[in-house]
Design a protein around this ligand. Structure first.
Ligand SMILES: *Cc1c(COP(=O)(O)O)cnc(C)c1O
Length: 337
């Protein structure tokens, strides 16, 4: 019995892609942290180091989303996010690189009091990368959207990317990342049963779980809810994307294997919790690796808590994906101890 030959579906391999990221990103063990916790060996997949526009997980999605825009001859891109959206920053930079006009519709939805919240961090970078930014209150988002669509020549005249880059096509970036991870695991000689990461618009989780299932890699993709007040919303989003993936990329030999991890959101999206801060500080001190306060820090906290709860009993390795977000630190340096 040889190793079964597995590959990604041909419908997926045929998708156009532009290169933006520096790949593969490193997979590294966090040995001092693992030892401190006394659980499985924790491996960190460094997608904070995707190597473009300060890194992060949206770069992988944009490689497919913007290749399609180019193939369709679209010259302008419109996308959406919160004021400190990492997706908006990475889209602005990718558009600059490819010579596309970038329009960002950002909404005030996080009650975080910092004097630089609407000017610094990702917001400043959006400007530096040359994006045209419309910043509105949540209730003004639809009228602002209608105005922008008209200004850009109507639906279809430009490339519209949903928040987080999480269209079915956007998930392709993480389908491809799943193949990268399978190669990483083989090189490291490990067979982890679970991978943790921060999940919000569900594109990362949909991509990883589809890709790992397509490759017959038995890894449960554990998405830590960092956005939805009710975790069931995240599950619904994931299911919707999965139906779209099967339609567009083809059926799978097995069902995508995923879990939604709730209980780590705290008071809400963009609001760090005391236990999350402690997890971030611990990893910073033991490993010299920095997690962000909005996304990856909550995933780190969930993983550390699950180690303490004995969730990984009998498992020798677990993987955590660092999805980026550290540019937001510029506006989270207050109220920190
Ligand atoms: C967008 C984002 C996520 C969540 O990814 P989704 O694909 O939207 O679920 C996680 N971490 C960071 C830093 C992000 O910017």
């Amino acid at each position: 019995m040889g190793t079964p030959v597995v590959s990604l579906p041909a419908t997926f391999e045929g998708l156009p892609r532009v290169e933006l990221a520096t790949l593969p990103t490193p997979l590294m063990p966090l040995d001092r942290l693992s030892e401190e916790l006394g659980g499985p060996r924790i491996w960190l997949k460094r997608d904070d180091l995707t190597g473009f526009a300060l890194g992060g997980n949206k770069v992988r999605k944009l490689e497919y989303l913007l290749a399609e825009a180019q193939a369709l001859g679209q010259k302008a891109v419109l996308t959406f996010g919160a004021v400190q959206s990492n997706h908006a920053r990475q889209t602005a930079a990718a558009c600059a690189r490819l010579g596309l006009d970038c329009h960002l519709l950002l909404t005030r939805r996080v009650p975080w009091a910092h004097p630089g919240y609407e000017r610094g961090g990702n917001r400043l970078l959006d400007e530096l990368y040359g994006a045209a930014v419309t910043l509105v209150d949540l209730e003004d988002a639809w009228p602002a959207y209608d105005r922008l669509v008209t200004e850009l020549g109507g639906v279809g005249a430009f490339c519209e990317i949903p928040a987080g880059g999480s269209s079915v096509l956007g998930t392709a970036g993480y389908v491809r990342a799943a193949a990268e991870l399978v190669a990483d695991f083989a090189a490291a000689g490990i067979a982890p049963a679970r991978l943790y990461h921060a999940s919000a618009s569900a594109g990362t989780q949909a991509g990883l779980s589809y890709g790992l299932a397509a490759l017959a890699a038995p890894v449960t993709v554990c998405g830590v809810n960092v956005y939805h007040p009710n975790s069931l919303r995240l599950r619904e989003r994931l299911r919707t994307l999965q139906r779209g993936q099967i339609e567009r990329f083809g059926p799978l030999p097995a069902l995508p294997d995923f879990e939604i991890v709730g209980g780590y959101l705290g008071p809400g999206y963009g609001l760090p919790t005391p236990a999350e801060r402690a997890a971030i500080a611990l990893c910073a001190r033991l490993e010299g690796v920095l997690f962000d306060p909005v996304y990856s820090g909550k995933a780190l906290h969930a993983l550390l808590d699950h180690v303490a709860l004995g969730v990984f009993e009998g498992e020798s390795d677990v993987v955590l994906l660092h999805s980026g977000g550290t540019a937001a630190w510029a506006v989270y340096d207050n109220d920190w101890d």
